[in-house]
Design a protein around this ligand. Structure first.
Ligand code: GDP
Ligand code: PEP
Ligand code: MN
Length: 627
């Protein structure tokens, strides 16, 4: 493909294709049933408010997806990458002011403020509905309203949930098609009366007659609003990731966490893997790490120790339900990966690189002159000439990143070379291990085992992560991110801690997953990581699995159970004994200071904080003071 062809399609002012209605637009699928009336009434209602030119019921077919992508290329909204390097793949460039989730513009509009709790932005439903009615009025003029029925989890599965997203963004439709299971089978379920969640999204950029569209329509004013009492999401003004693919963070975490509270299950910000030991035995591990703390990397782990294998099940969201057998059963409700591109390379996550061979929508990465993509960390050396994520010429001397630091890839999970064969099994997999982790330069050891479920919930509730490496060591500069759910829990986080404790009560004591805290990011005084991380994290998993199997003892410490050094598989690693000591050292004074911060944090929940967690904190202090 000629360079000129690629770049000519990047113009932000390319004229949209003719606006005449196309065959298929406005046609409802030929499905009938008692549940359909509510769906059509809702679509009519949203259409009356937003006043689109056309309505398109998305059927999820490959032909429909192809047509949508072609149309976006024609309109200058996507750049088709050179199929020789990246078949079936596209680059989207967002508006420079619309590049990430926006926590400050995200609300939980529960009837009661107390239900949202101290960690969420709360707003009264009546008040925000008035605002939303104002901004959504006529917001889809000149555009197509897409009706996108989606299932999280296999369609009809016992742990699955369905929803519908209305959106005026074709980019969102294409992304939802990768990240979820879209299709008329979902409408059939709705018609049969299955419960479903209503989500509405508009980029908030109506077009006047004859007005030319831009490559990335959006609005300066943004609202991402959740109504947990009526199971609805309304999102306005942003086209990006979690603000626009409402099935993901908005539904599968914030709304689903509320459904899970009411129904007795857990919607978690966790990756999910199957670990296979040298004897061929399989174990299932779920792990909660805050954003940019290694979920996708661990989900795609390639062990450096012989005989071990990891199969990917999910990299971001896990739904977990107690089974009749007293175990916890888990599914990945998503169908794709929406991963951070920068830092993803052959030497860190070769599985991701192999996954991205084609059929991928890239957003805000750099474009190579040969029509392929590039981002910082893809290769050690940057190409001499690129077009950066804003569409400007770039060279290594430009002094700015070529790809936006939050640039992303959107790709189907089935393309992952180590995806588990049964990754879509509707009943899920039984959990053996739960990990909690964050990015901690100091204090937190490489791995600690919880003494029991309640101690494990305590560890989850105290997860914190350094905002940047430059602030290492100062506990006051940590961001609290309990269970890695701070931005994603749809209700009072104190009640959420209580819910975790309750779920533990439903498990058979010998079948509850064992809980561990891990930290790949501890640093030495010289600022370098003490632990090699990535593939070598399998060495930590190896110890964890042998603990679960009862093959090794552990050492009790004030903060939990630590490995005996001789039980760690460290052969072939260049790790000095002083680094090893430092990886597991527990500094009493720092931990007492951290306990004070935990108490302050706990106090913000008032009576919603479970007594069992206060007791865990008191026990921790007692052990530290006695040590
Ligand atoms: N030092 C170190 N960095 C890691 C490790 N795992 C992931 N990272 C880095 O952490 C960042 C975020 O990783 P990613 O897996 O995308 O995190 P996610 O947002 O939680 O899915 C990337 O820059 C990774 O290279 C590790 O074990 N050690
Ligand atoms: C996945 C998203 O964000 P993050 O990785 O920061 O949680 C998102 O924007 O949907
Ligand atoms: Mn990720």
């Amino acid at each position: 493909m000629a360079l000129a062809d690629i770049f000519s399609s990047t113009s932000r002012t390319a004229a949209p294709a003719a606006r005449a209605p196309r065959p298929g637009y406005g046609v409802r699928p030929a499905v009938d049933g008692p549940g359909l009336a509510e769906l059509t009434a809702w679509v009519d209602q949203v259409a009356a408010l937003t006043q689109p030119d056309r309505i398109h019921w998305v059927d999820g077919s490959a032909a429909e997806n192809d047509a949508l992508l072609r149309e976006m290329v024609d309109e200058g909204k996507l750049i088709k990458l050179n199929p020789e390097w990246r078949p079936g793949s596209y680059l989207a460039r967002s508006h420079p002011g619309d590049v990430a989730r926006l926590e400050s513009r995200t609300w939980i509009a529960s009837e009661s403020e107390e239900d949202a709790g101290p960690t969420n932005n709360w707003i009264a439903p009546a008040e925000i509905r008035e605002t939303l009615n104002g901004v959504f009025e006529g917001s889809m003029r000149g555009r197509t309203l897409y009706v996108v029925p989606f299932s999280m989890g296999a369609v009809g599965g016992p742990l699955s949930h369905i929803g519908v997203q209305i959106t005026d963004s074709a980019y969102a439709v294409a992304s939802i098609g990768v990240m979820t299971r879209v299709g008329t089978a979902v409408i059939e379920q709705i018609a049969q009366g299955a419960p479903w969640v209503k989500t509405v999204h508009s980029v908030g950029a109506p077009l006047a007659p004859g007005q030319e569209d831009v490559a990335w329509p959006c609005n300066d004013e943004k609202y991402i609003v959740h109504f947990p009492d009526t199971l609805e999401v309304w999102s306005f003004g942003s086209g990006y990731g979690g603000n626009a693919i409402l099935a993901k963070k908005c539904f599968a975490l914030r709304i689903a966490s509320v459904i899970g509270r009411d129904e007795g299950w857990l919607a978690e910000h966790m990756l999910l893997i199957r670990v296979i030991d040298p004897k061929g035995r399989a174990y299932h591990v779920a792990a909660a790490f805050p954003s940019a703390c290694g979920k996708t990397n661990l989900a795609m782990l390639r062990p450096t120790i012989p005989g071990w294998r990891v199969e990917t099940l999910g990299d971001d969201i896990t739904w977990i339900r107690p089974g009749d057998d007293g175990r916890l059963w888990a599914i990945n409700p998503e169908a794709g990966f929406f991963g951070v591109a920068p830092g993803t390379g052959e030497s860190t996550n070769v599985t991701a690189i192999e996954t991205l061979w084609g059929n991928t929508i890239f957003t805000n990465v750099a474009l190579r002159p040969d029509g392929d993509v590039w981002w910082e960390g893809l290769t050690d050396e940057a190409p001499p000439h690129l077009i950066d994520w804003e569409g400007k010429p770039w060279t290594p001397a430009s002094g700015r990143p070529a790809a936006h630091p939050n640039s992303r890839f959107t790709v189907g999970a089935a393309q992952c070379p180590q995806i588990a064969e049964d990754w879509e099994a509707p009943e899920g997999v039984p959990l053996d291990v739960i990990l909690f982790g964050g990015r901690r330069a100091t204090n937190v050891p490489l791995v600690v085992e919880a003494t029991d479920w309640s101690h494990g919930v305590f560890l989850g509730s105290t997860i914190s992560s350094e905002k940047t490496a430059a602030q290492e060591g100062t506990v006051g500069e940590l961001r609290r991110d309990p269970f890695a759910m701070l931005p994603f829990c749809g209700y009072n986080m104190g009640d959420y801690f209580g819910h975790w404790l309750n779920v533990g009560q439903k498990l058979r004591f010998d079948r509850a997953p064992r809980i561990f805290q891990v930290n790949w990011f501890r640093k030495g005084d010289d600022g370098r990581f003490l632990w090699p991380g990535f593939g070598d994290n399998a060495r930590v998993i190896d110890w964890i699995i042998r603990r679960v199997d009862g093959q090794v003892d552990a050492v009790d410490s004030s903060i939990g159970r630590l490995p005996r050094v001789e039980d760690l598989e460290l052969s072939g690693l260049e790790l000095s004994s002083s680094d090893l000591d430092e990886l597991f050292s527990v500094d009493r004074a720092s931990w007492l200071a951290e306990a004070d911060l935990t108490e302050k944090f706990y106090d913000t929940f008032g009576s919603h904080l479970p007594a069992a967690l206060r007791a865990e904190l008191a026990a921790l202090r007692y052990r530290l003071q006695r040590a």
